[in-house]
Design a protein around this ligand. Structure first.
Ligand SMILES: *[C@@H]1O[C@H](CO)[C@@H](O)[C@H](O)[C@H]1NC(C)=O
Ligand SMILES: *[C@@H]1O[C@H](CO)[C@@H](O)[C@H](O)[C@H]1NC(C)=O
Ligand SMILES: *[C@@H]1O[C@H](CO)[C@@H](O)[C@H](O)[C@H]1NC(C)=O
Ligand SMILES: *[C@@H]1O[C@H](CO)[C@@H](O)[C@H](O)[C@H]1NC(C)=O
Ligand SMILES: *[C@@H]1O[C@H](CO)[C@@H](O)[C@H](O)[C@H]1NC(C)=O
Ligand SMILES: *[C@@H]1O[C@H](CO)[C@@H](O)[C@H](O)[C@H]1NC(C)=O
Ligand SMILES: *[C@@H]1O[C@H](CO)[C@@H](O)[C@H](O)[C@H]1NC(C)=O
Length: 665
């Protein structure tokens, strides 16, 4: 119900170091992340939060945790609960060394930082803690500082090719080779009797595709900052990437790579030259783009802020909801303001028995008004730093929207630290609780599912094209689709939504919020969102409904690394019906569900321009005869890398496949 789980976004810290490495002694952290008090609250010494933090840090430093190399734990009760995570570099096999590093890192982060959310990186380990479960923290990226001291390599073009080859191999090994435990280290000789040493690692709570996409972003960063330098390191919340011209890791955990040129025949060398030229072209394009982005970023962020402010002003004319700078509500015609006291009565003082669910931004309770009407109350977490923004966003937005496929906001309350949103009560809960529950699922038929798919599509079409405003939802997923007593689907949760002006088609943000598995690649990677990123999420939800399988976590079934990769594979093998859940198959003509899957695949195509708009989707869903174009490869279909036969790896054309798949989009 009304859940928010905006996923963590990468925090990249880039180091450029060659000679400067020597200055980073083993004692100093590589970097640390300690947000200011305006971003996250500070904790008090002597508070229960502080006690729990001490407990967690002790657990992370225990010998058991050090032996495992990766540890994830939590202690205490909300709101003072502390989550902690530690990771040692994959080549550290001596648990004493790991333990010592984590002990030092834990003490250091406690001394340096009083934020309720922090992270520190050392050469051999990293430690993190937070007041909330990790997947609800969003970070902002950091980018390299220019520094004249670095040494450049003498043959940057060739160097970059070798580096690319090395990092592509390491990334694929770390992400997809289960015995590697999300770590890979390797070396490659390049002409001039020099060797590049490389290392990549993901935290082990990442999914395989999540690790792969983190590393592919890290690769973009490392080529942008450092591909002409003698060393570079990218640190992020969930993955690290590093290279140097000297051995900096335990050699026994590394393997030797050979650049494929030497084994090629004459005609192969020809192809190879072509591929290199192509790669150089693409790389320079990526680098150019990176630089352009860096330059444009500052300005854009400022623009974004300004437009948000004017937007709020525009929407908060006295006729509608108005919030002063202090956050006080002034007046309203469209939204009913309720008192905190009346909501306390309705929800039995937020009793646990009335709790419907818990999301990243707070809990949702069921309530009954004096007139007998049932309501759902979202109580935004006091600690959530996004709370007030989200509150404004949702109130201002939903008040403007009326559609039978959107959840209706009945009112709100804002008193002291309490921020409450009151919605109509939806007795059949959220879509995920229906379609991923085998028992509930078995009782339904295709007609119901089809109704739900059409309902979501209509709601989204209204947001994109039919309402007075053009709205991008940004976090569409089954948890955010609620079902009323007649199983009518209604889209909920507009905390992440963005309003576009009429002629605006895309926007960029550095705060990527959303959920892995549903986020379009251009949004997850570059922060670029448009109506087409919502269409992507819709496609994923549609494929989940007909397959009965979750997009995230699907890789564990070993059928394919992701649900989309699996759909794509069976589609190309002509076995589309293998993808469809038996409940659907039994109650629906095969041609109809295959058509539905076809539409789903069109929505998740990698290139946003190839995806249909929601009005086209509605047309296609409503017609049985209208021709459909063949779908192109969906995003995140990394299965090709998995299925590479090692014996063919010296063939340049296969390397090209790896290249184009791993290369950041
Ligand atoms: C912390 O608690 C101890 C004992 O509980 C007390 O003596 C001390 O004054 C407290 N310190 C602060 C800063 O509150
Ligand atoms: C370490 O693990 C062992 C067995 O798994 C357990 O018996 C022991 O209590 C653990 N020690 C700590 C400090 O957690
Ligand atoms: C692990 O490292 C510690 C300290 O560096 C050392 O004393 C110990 O002998 C090492 N253990 C093994 C098994 O190598
Ligand atoms: C290294 O290369 C960069 C970019 O090509 C250049 O700006 C910088 O001046 C070079 N540094 C040295 C020491 O040559
Ligand atoms: C990490 O620990 C937290 C709290 O113990 C838990 O909720 C979460 O599921 C864990 N994540 C993983 C990937 O183990
Ligand atoms: C390197 O790793 C091997 C086995 O993984 C281990 O035996 C050896 O002690 C390690 N060497 C160092 C210097 O840590
Ligand atoms: C990476 O290189 C190693 C050594 O050459 C090879 O065994 C492995 O299959 C390669 N992995 C991938 C994914 O190409």
């Amino acid at each position: 119900m009304l859940k928010h789980t905006p996923s963590a976004v990468l925090l990249f810290i880039v180091f450029i170091f060659t000679s400067s490495l020597n200055r980073v002694s083993a004692e100093d952290p590589l970097d640390f992340y300690c947000p200011s008090s305006s971003e996250f609250p500070l904790y008090n010494l002597n508070s229960s939060f502080h006690d729990n933090l001490n407990l967690v840090m002790g657990l992370l430093s225990s010998i058991n945790a050090s032996t495992a190399g990766f540890y994830n734990t939590s202690r205490g009760q909300e709101p003072n609960k502390v989550y902690g995570q530690s990771l040692c570099r994959g080549d550290i096999t001596n648990s004493t060394v790991c333990k010592e590093c984590i002990e030092k890192a834990s003490q250091d982060i406690m001394n340096r930082c009083r934020s309720e959310n922090a992270m520190i990186w050392y050469n051999l380990c990293q430690v993190r803690y937070s007041f909330q479960s990790f997947d609800v923290v969003a970070y902002t990226g950091k980018y390299p500082k220019q520094n004249d001291e670095e040494k450049n390599v003498s043959d940057p073009i060739r160097f970059r090719e070798y580096l690319t080859f090395l990092m592509n191999n390491l990334s694929a090994e770390a992400a997809f080779n289960p015995v590697k435990n999300m770590f890979a280290a390797g070396e490659i000789d390049y002409p001039g009797k020099k060797t590049i040493y490389g290392l990549v690692q993901c935290t082990r709570d990442m999914s395989l595709p999540g690790c792969s996409s983190c590393l592919s972003s890290a690769f973009t960063e490392i080529t942008t900052c450092c591909s002409y330098r003698e060393g570079g390191i990218i640190l992020s919340r969930t993955c690290n990437m590093r290279f140097q011209l000297s051995q900096f890791f335990n050699a026994s955990s590394a393997y030797q790579l050979v650049y494929p040129t030497s084994t090629g025949r004459k005609w192969k060398s020809w192809m190879f030259v072509l591929i290199i030229c192509g790669s150089i072209f693409v790389l320079s394009f990526v680098i150019g783009l990176g630089i352009a982005c860096l330059r444009g970023r500052k300005k854009r962020d400022k623009d974004e802020e300004i437009s948000e402010r004017t937007l709020l002003q525009e929407l908060t004319t006295p006729k509608h909801v108005a919030l002063t700078q202090e956050g006080d509500l002034i007046s309203s015609e469209e939204v009913l303001f309720m008192t905190l006291a009346s909501i306390r009565v309705a929800t039995d003082d937020f009793s646990d028995t009335n709790k419907l669910g818990q999301g990243g931004f707070g809990a949702v309770y069921k309530g009954v008004l004096p007139d007998g009407n049932e309501i759902a109350v979202k109580r935004l977490s006091r600690k959530s730093w996004q709370g007030i923004e989200e509150f404004k966003n949702e109130v201002v937005l939903i008040a403007k929207l009326q559609h039978k496929n959107l959840v209706r906001l009945l009112g709100c309350a804002l008193e002291g630290e309490e921020k409450l949103l009151i919605y109509e009560f939806m007795s059949n809960k959220s879509l995920d609780q229906l379609i991923f529950d085998p028992e509930k699922r078995s009782k339904l038929d295709w007609k119901t599912y089809n109704g739900i798919i059409n309902g979501i599509a209509r709601g989204l079409l209204y947001l994109h094209e039919e309402s007075r405003l053009k709205i991008i939802h940004r976090d569409l997923k089954p948890n955010n689709v609620l079902l009323d007593h007649e199983l009518l689907a209604k889209i909920s949760d507009f905390g992440m939504a963005r309003i576009f002006s009429e002629n605006q088609n895309a926007a960029n943000t550095k705060r990527v919020v959303g959920t892995y598995g549903y986020m379009a690649p251009e949004y997850a990677m570059e922060g670029l969102f448009s109506v087409k990123s919502d269409v992507f999420s819709f496609g994923v939800v549609l494929l989940e409904i007909i397959s009965g399988k979750r997009s995230s976590g699907f890789y564990q079934t070993e059928l394919a690394p992701t649900l989309l990769a699996y759909a794509w594979r069976v589609w190309n093998e002509g076995k589309a019906l293998d993808f469809v859940d038996s409940v659907v198959l039994e109650t629906c003509p095969a041609s109809e569900v295959v058509r539905c899957m076809h539409i789903g695949l069109l929505c998740v195509q990698e290139n946003p321009e190839h995806r249909p708009t929601m009005s086209t989707v509605m047309l296609l869903l409503g017609s049985e005869s209208m021709g459909l174009p063949q779908p192109k490869q969906p995003a995140f279909a990394l299965s090709k890398v998995l299925h590479l036969d090692p014996s063919t790896k010296t063939n340049p054309s296969d390397n090209e496949i790896i290249f184009s798949d791993i290369l950041p989009r």
